[in-house]
Ligand binder design. Structure first.
Ligand code: ASP
Length: 337
């Protein structure tokens, strides 16, 4: 008598839509090339055939926004929703479709805060869904492959884009106009293709349940942190406006290894006198701002960002300021997260 084996159960993956170019349409554009975030997550999934062979999918729509609108309160809302989804025993992995412009900030926030072992994977697209050669469907397929993969457990939040698998801590948008827009200073953790997931590395710093931060005990809104992108002709009035904005922290993005011009340094010292925490980072986009490297951080009472770019430094400083404004403690958080 022929025996039939029970159907193999596929991993459960929830896809959470937030908008972005991946959900963008040229048809809906008004006087510009396209409008981001107009298609629903269900419409996006219909354009990526083969997904049902990889996982049992469920979708949710959290936002329909261009990611430039995803401020820290919305990013926290995203982190809380992802944590809630991941706590469901029927869920093996979570995919988030997200605009590429601020994906690096959301990815780092989620990496620090979502304490699940299950894969949390962000993806997006550089071309709108109805553009010729749209990259969204392939990126969704790759992201679901990674989210459904047992090998991706315990890696924190990942960004899957253009066949590469990046850590949420390391990844940043490096090219504003090409399909391979993302890179990681230390290289991707792996690759994904129709052959599946191939990993070459693991995150080296604290994240998720091992991070110093607990999502459940965070306030609804985080302390405000401003970014000061610096150049040699910066008028003192700009620095003054930032100082007077009431920010609890300032991330200075200076040239080279985080260099600081004399008038700006004066303003940042005044910020310190007012109890504002100052992080020194680089506007270069990749590399290390070493403590007491280009400038004496000890003398000024500043924190060195290490290899975090200014946007990721802003996320970490906002979280750190929920716990302390002690500079030595915040430096330790930067050295370990
Ligand atoms: N402006 C879009 C966004 O970040 C860009 C993209 O998704 O590629 O939402």
């Amino acid at each position: 008598m022929p025996t039939s084996s029970p159907p193999q159960s596929r991993p459960g993956v929830v896809i959470l839509g937030t908008g972005g170019t991946i959900a963008g349409s040229t048809a809906a554009a008004l006087g510009h090339h396209y409008t981001a975030g107009v298609l629903s997550i269900e419409e996006l999934l219909a354009s990526a055939p083969g997904l049902a062979d990889i996982a049992q999918l469920r979708c949710q729509q959290l936002f329909s926004l261009d990611s430039v609108e995803l401020d820290l309160p919305r990013q926290l809302q995203l982190a809380r929703r992802v944590a809630q989804i991941a706590a469901d025993p029927d869920v093996d992995g979570v995919v988030i479709t997200h605009g590429t412009d601020t994906m690096e900030e959301s990815a780092y926030l989620l990496h620090l805060l979502v304490g699940t072992d299950k894969p949390v994977v962000l993806t997006g697209a550089m071309r709108p869904a109805d553009a010729p050669g749209a990259d969204g469907p392939a990126n969704i397929l790759d992201a679901v492959t990674v989210a459904a993969s047992p090998a991706a457990h315990g890696l924190g939040t990942l960004v899957v884009f253009g066949g590469a698998v990046h850590s949420g801590r390391e990844v940043s948008k490096r090219i504003s106009s090409r399909l391979d827009a993302f890179d990681s200073f230390h290289g991707p953790l792996g690759d994904v293709s129709e052959q599946g997931l191939l990993l070459y590395g693991r995150p080296a710093r604290r994240f998720g349940a091992d991070s110093a931060f607990e999502l459940a005990s965070l306030p609804e809104s985080l302390p405000s942190v401003e970014l000061l992108l610096s150049h040699p002709d910066m008028p003192a009035s700009i620095c003054r406006a930032i100082l007077d904005s009431g920010a609890a922290g300032i991330v200075h993005a200076g040239p080279g290894g985080g260099n600081v011009a004399t008038p700006v340094a004066r303003m940042l010292d005044e910020a310190r006198e007012r109890g504002v925490v100052v992080v020194r980072s680089s506007r270069v986009g990749a590399g290390v701002v070493a403590r007491n490297g280009a400038v004496s951080d000890t003398e000024h009472g500043w924190v060195a960002a290490g290899d975090l770019n200014p946007f990721k430094a802003r996320v970490l400083l906002a979280l750190a300021l929920t716990q302390t404004s002690d500079v030595a403690t915040i430096q330790r958080l930067f050295d370990t997260h």
